[in-house]
Ligand binder design. Sequence first.
Ligand code: ACO
Length: 327
Amino acid sequence: MKTYLKVVSTGIAIPDKVISNADLEKMVETSDDWIVTRTGIHERRISENGVSSGDLGAQAARMALDNAGLSAGDIDLIMVATASGDHLFPSTACIIQNKLGAKQATAFDISAACSGFLYCLTVAHSLLSTGSFRTALIIGAETLSKITDYSDRSTCVLFGDGAGAMIVTLGTDDKGLFASHLGSDGSYAPLLNLPAGGSRLPASLETVRQDLHYIKMNGNELFKVAVRSMEEAAIMTLSKAHVSTAQLDLLIPHQANIRIINSLVKRLGVEEKKVYVNIERYGNTSAASIPIAYHEARAQGLCDENSLILMVAFGGGITWGGVLIRG
Ligand code: ACO
């Protein structure tokens, strides 16, 4: 039987505090011109001290529940994609479950960095298809500002905080469509990581002194594998569904860098007007970037339940993924 994910509703949480390129000029040796030219980012949102990814994720989830007219009791599966979870354990999904009061939901996190939301959608499709779950709440939530070194100009200009949530159920009629392609290559792990705080390098005074609890990135190398892996994810996903790029109504790429997006769009041959971009306002919000973009695109009327939408991402790991849906 053909099954697909029906998007019931979406929600987002965007912190109020804006950090502009001009603000960063006062913190590190950089310039608005460098940041805009190299990344496309004009500003990003940063959460207040004490606000966690779980807080933002719960806020986005409440909006999605309100928009659907559902209560927390209607949700039986919660999955959270995050690289900046509240703790190593318990999972941020369990934290959000408790905040919402979704007592009967099974809750767990998926660790795939910026590709995490697409990993979640794919796993949700499989789990809903078994019939064991009916209504899934999928969240991408990040407070990357908490793990960003604001004295490192090569990373601090890129990242922002935010969360996006999506409530999905399983569709079984002929209207919908679901195709997915996921990939990983752990040999690239050193290109993007957070060295300390796990079992490899437990937290100590020394790890703190060496700033090892912050994101470390080789941006140059990552750029190359990003474009390649996102292109592969897009092509493989489309080919599984026998859909051509010309048939797409909307492409939602992970918002990491406008140059990565432009290279991808050029390689795929998608019309620019069909590509959703909001990186100028939020920077790279990792696992939250696709659900935030999807929510905004829907709110702006750029897609509806008949639209063919391809979402494509890459992230630390490295991981990559594409998900094609109608709706
Ligand atoms: N302001 C001014 N100069 C800077 C800055 C800055 N913020 N950052 C770096 N530079 C300098 C470098 O020191 C270097 O100077 P040098 O030539 O004197 O050595 C010069 O600018 C060029 O640096 P590059 O690293 O070569 O710049 P590049 O054009 O590659 O842009 C960037 C850097 C924006 C990080 C780019 O490589 C990129 O976007 N890579 C992908 C990053 C990414 O997507 N990361 C996240 C993916 S996964 C996830 O989303 C969690």
